[in-house]
Design a protein around this ligand. Structure first.
Ligand code: NAD
Length: 281
């Protein structure tokens, strides 16, 4: 059934125990949604659940690189809450998993092992794809759904020193634009939400910024994720939202407009010529 407000929405948030994930999970639960909080870190999940009201959160420990684990996350959301309407693909790993000092000692692409490349790309790009496919039948049945992909800043995708984090997030960004188009007219929207610059979480190491308070705080994700998973954002799809640009003093529709742009880079540069184009088809 199509939800009429956020309190009827059942969401899966991956990486829910981390810096941005725990803020988004908390914001959704406090906004009335029910959330299946998934993460590989069971201890941190239990701590998160302890801080939030019972009944609207269930925790699920799983490694999203495993296809069976992805199916298990969706099955658990359905068995726990009877439905699943939204997927927040937030779990991710970054360059610090290659070298903790990557901010000051840049990682060159030839230093990255095949195995590390695969692990990062599987976590950041392939797992969201597997999860999206697993939730989609439930969304299509309801004629309503939300997929929110947490990618990264566009310049990080091509910045020297960022193999393979940058390419993995570029894959997820491009996937957002493609999935939004594939799902046009189904009631299922697909958007990107990012903080909009380095945010104060464990992913960004202490040596990157001496003043953690001056960084973007994870709380910038709260208002946009609530709106993106609310029926109020029906029809808004294929866009990328920057949490730091969301002005909470504006009505949400206006805040959304000023904080967003089309997902990916479809409007950039010269575009390829396609067959039939010259005939105006
Ligand atoms: N912090 C930033 O500046 C920033 C900026 C742009 C985008 N992001 C993205 O935001 C998302 C959240 O990152 P964060 O900053 O909160 O970092 P974080 O390290 O605090 O959180 C990431 C979470 O993902 C979980 N995770 C990692 N691999 C997993 C797996 N295989 N299965 C299940 N869970 C797994 C971790 O256990 C962790 O709880 C990431 O996708 C990240 O790339 C972060």
């Amino acid at each position: 059934m199509k939800p009429e407000n956020l309190s009827q929405v059942v969401a899966i948030v991956t990486g829910a125990a981390g810096g941005l994930g725990s803020v988004m999970t908390g914001a959704l639960v406090e906004g009335g949604a029910r959330v299946l909080a998934a993460d590989v870190d069971r201890g941190a999940l239990d701590a998160l659940a302890g801080r939030l009201p019972d009944g609207r959160i269930a925790v699920h420990a799983a490694d999203i690189r495993d296809p069976e684990a992805c199916a298990g996350i969706v099955a658990r959301a359905v068995s726990e809450f009877g439905a699943v309407h939204a997927l927040v693909n937030n779990a991710g790993i970054g360059q610090s998993s290659i070298r903790p000092s990557y901010y000051v000692d840049r990682v060159r692409f030839w230093e990255v092992t095949d195995e590390r490349w695969r692990t990062i790309v599987e976590t950041n790009a392939m797992a969201p794809f597997m999860l999206a496919k697993a939730v989609l039948p439930h969304m299509r049945e309801a004629g309503w759904g939300r997929i929110v992909n947490v990618t990264t800043s566009l310049d990080t995708m091509t910045r020297p020193g960022w193999t393979p984090y940058g390419p993995s997030k570029a894959a997820l960004e491009a996937s957002t634009a493609i999935w939004a188009g594939d799902l046009e007219g189904t009631g299922v929207t697909v958007n990107v939400l990012i903080p909009g610059g380095p945010a104060n979480t464990a992913m960004v190491p202490p040596d990157s910024s001496p003043d953690r308070e001056a960084m973007i705080q994870p709380s910038v994700m709260a208002a946009p994720i609530r709106w993106l998973l609310d029926p109020a954002s029906d029809g808004v799809t294929g866009r990328r939202f920057l949490g730091v640009r969301w002005d909470p003093s504006l009505p949400p529709e206006e805040a959304a407009e000023t904080a967003s742009a089309p997902a990916a880079w479809s409007g950039l540069g010269q575009q390829a010529r396609w067959p039939g184009q010259d005939r105006g088809e």
